[in-house]
Ligand binder design. Structure first.
Ligand code: AHR
Length: 473
C-alpha cells in the first residue's frame, strides 16, 4: 500500500527514511515526522506592496508593506511563511492629522536596532498638489519587547545628506558594521532617485558621507521615470549582492543587481559591479507584471526566498501608484554556478513550484521548453513545475511557463505535455521514491510505472527502478 504524501510531509518523511525501498508500496518511514510547514502559495499577501519579510530569532516571520491607502503602518507575523497570508495584522501607527507625516506612508520596514524595535518609512504631507510628494524618511519606535503588543511613538526624521525626496530605506549589517541604504533625489543629478549606502552612527544618523551605488541611466531603468529604489542586500558565496528596482511602478518596473566582493570596501562605488540587464522582469507566460521592491528571507528549511510585489494583470487604469493590486509574492532563490543569484522569472499564482532532479544524474533537471519536455540543464524557469492537487496524494505536474498544461503519460511509456484536462493519464501519485530523500511520481492509470529519467528524455519506467527517483528542490 502506498502512503500518499503531501509535498511538505514527503520532504520531511523521506528525509527520515532509514533504508532504500525495493518495490513500490513498500515505503518504510522511520521515526516521527518533523512538524509540517504548509506549502505557501502566490500571491502570498494580497494588496501589500514593497513588502519586507524576515524571520526573527524569536521564530516568527514578520511582514510589513505599503497598504493601498498609504495611511497606516501595519505589521503581521506568523510561525510559517504560508501563515502570513491570513495572519492578523496590527496597525502600529497611522499618519498624523497634519504636518510632514500626514499624507502618504510608503514602504515601512521593521528593524531591531540597539535593543529597540524601530519601523522606518517614507512619509509626506497631506496638503494636496505636488506637496504630497515632499517625501522624507521617518521612524517610529516601540516601547516594549514585542512589536505586536508594544506602544509606538514617533522617534524622528532620518538625517539625510540633502533636503530632498527620499524613501525606501533599509538596514543591513556587513562584517559587523550596520549600514543604512535608501533612495534619494540628489541635487545636480536629473533623476527621480538613486541608491545610497552609509554606515550608521545611531538610529537616525549616518556615520559618514554616503556612497552613491547606482543612478538610473540604462534604458530599462528610465521607463516612465528615472528611478533606482527599493534596495535589498544578500551576502552569499563570498559576495555582497544588492538588488534594487527601476522605472515606473507599472509593468515596466523591474529589478537590477549590483555585487561586490564581501572583503572589499563596500563604500567605494568603484568596487561594485552593476549587471547591464535587469535580473527580474515582467513575465507574460506566468502573468506577473511589474515585479520589484524586493526583500530577502529564508523558508522553514533555511532556503533563500525572494520576496517581491507584482500584479497579475498588465493594463492599469490611472496612475499605477494608486492601483491597489501589487500583491506580495515569494519564491525560491537558486544560484548560478558562479555563485550569483538566479531569480529566474516570477513564478505566477498558485503553490510554489519545485525542480525535479534525477537521483541518478544530478546535473540535469526535468524541463519544459514550449511544449518540448526533456531532462536537461535547462534555464531555471523551464525547470520549475507546480504540483497541482488532483485528489488524495494525487497531483498533476504543470510547468510554470505553461500553467494551463501538465504532464500526461501514455501506455507506450511516452510522457508529453497536454492541456490540463482532468484525464487520469495526467494523474500521478506523489510518494517516497526508491532511495532515501527522493520522490516518485507513480502513474495512476499505469500501475507499477512512474515518471523516469531516460538519458535526456522523460518517460514512464518501472516503479522499482532507480530511474524513477527524483530529488525535489
Ligand atoms: O509603493 C510606494 C512607493 O512606490 C515605494 O516607496 C516605492 O518603492 C515605489 O516606487
Amino acid at each position: 500500500m502506498n502512503f500518499p504524501l503531501s509535498r511538505r510531509s514527503f520532504a520531511t518523511a523521506a528525509s527520515l527514511l532509514p533504508i532504500a525501498c525495493s518495490a513500490p508500496g513498500k515505503t518504510v518511514l522511520g521515526g516521527s515526522k518533523a512538524p509540517e510547514a504548509p506549502v505557501a502559495s502566490n500571491p502570498l499577501i494580497r494588496q501589500r506592496a514593497d513588502t519586507q519579510i524576515f524571520r526573527h530569532d524569536d521564530g516568527w516571520y514578520y511582514a510589513m508593506g505599503s497598504v493601498p491607502e498609504y495611511d497606516r503602518l501595519a505589521l503581521r507575523r506568523s510561525k510559517t511563511l504560508a501563515g502570513l497570508a491570513d495572519a492578523e495584522e496590527r496597525v502600529l501607527w497611522r499618519h498624523e492629522p497634519s504636518g510632514p507625516m500626514s499624507g502618504f506612508l510608503w514602504a515601512p520596514e521593521l528593524h531591531y536596532v540597539d535593543g529597540r524595535w524601530i519601523v522606518y518609512f517614507a512619509a509626506g504631507p497631506s496638503g494636496g498638489g505636488e506637496d504630497v510628494f515632499r517625501i522624507r524618511t521617518f521612524a517610529v519606535v516601540c516601547d516594549g519587547r514585542d512589536p505586536m503588543t508594544g506602544n509606538w511613538s514617533v522617534l524622528g526624521e532620518f538625517k539625510a545628506p540633502w533636503d530632498s525626496f527620499n524613501l525606501d530605506s533599509t538596514i543591513f549589517t556587513h562584517r559587523g558594521v550596520r549600514y543604512f541604504s535608501w533612495a534619494q533625489r540628489e541635487p545636480g543629478i536629473e533623476t527621480n532617485s538613486n541608491v545610497y549606502i552609509a554606515p550608521m552612527k545611531d538610529a537616525l544618523t549616518l556615520a559618514s558621507a554616503p556612497a552613491r551605488l547606482t543612478v538610473p541611466t540604462l534604458d530599462w531603468e528610465i521607463q516612465g521615470f528615472k528611478v533606482n529604489e527599493g534596495s535589498a542586500f544578500l551576502n552569499r558565496n563570498g559576495r555582497l549582492f544588492m538588488t534594487y528596482s527601476a522605472s515606473a511602478t507599472d509593468a515596466r518596473y523591474c529589478m537590477g543587481l549590483l555585487s561586490v566582493d564581501e572583503t572589499a570596501n563596500i563604500m567605494d562605488p568603484r568596487a561594485w559591479t552593476k549587471a547591464p540587464e535587469p535580473v527580474f522582469t515582467t513575465c507574460k507566460e506566468t502573468s506577473v507584471y511589474g515585479p520589484g521592491h524586493n526583500s530577502f528571507t529564508v523558508d522553514e528549511e533555511g532556503r533563500d526566498i525572494l520576496v517581491y510585489h507584482g500584479r497579475d494583470y498588465e493594463a492599469i487604469e490611472g496612475d499605477p501608484l494608486f492601483n491597489p493590486d501589487r500583491h506580495t509574492r515569494i519564491q525560491r532563490i537558486y544560484y548560478h554556478a558562479n555563485g550569483v543569484p538566479d531569480f529566474g522569472v516570477p513564478v505566477g499564482n498558485g503553490a510554489l513550484p519545485e525542480r525535479f532532479i534525477p537521483a541518478v544524474h544530478r546535473t540535469v533537471r526535468m524541463a519544459c521548453d514550449g511544449t518540448n519536455l526533456s531532462v536537461s540543464d535547462a534555464p531555471l524557469a523551464q525547470t520549475q513545475f507546480r504540483s497541482i492537487e488532483a485528489g488524495e496524494g494525487v497531483v498533476q505536474l504543470s510547468p510554470i511557463l505553461k500553467p494551463d498544461h501538465c504532464l500526461v503519460a501514455a501506455a507506450d511509456g511516452s510522457v508529453t505535455l497536454a492541456p490540463r484536462a482532468t484525464a487520469e493519464a495526467s494523474h500521478f501519485r506523489r510518494e517516497a521514491g526508491p532511495a532515501s530523500g527522493t520522490v516518485r511520481f507513480a502513474s495512476v492509470p499505469f500501475e507499477g510505472r512512474a515518471l523516469a529519467y531516460a538519458s535526456d528524455r522523460l518517460v514512464l519506467g518501472d516503479s522499482y527502478d532507480a530511474s524513477v527517483a527524483w530529488l525535489a528542490d
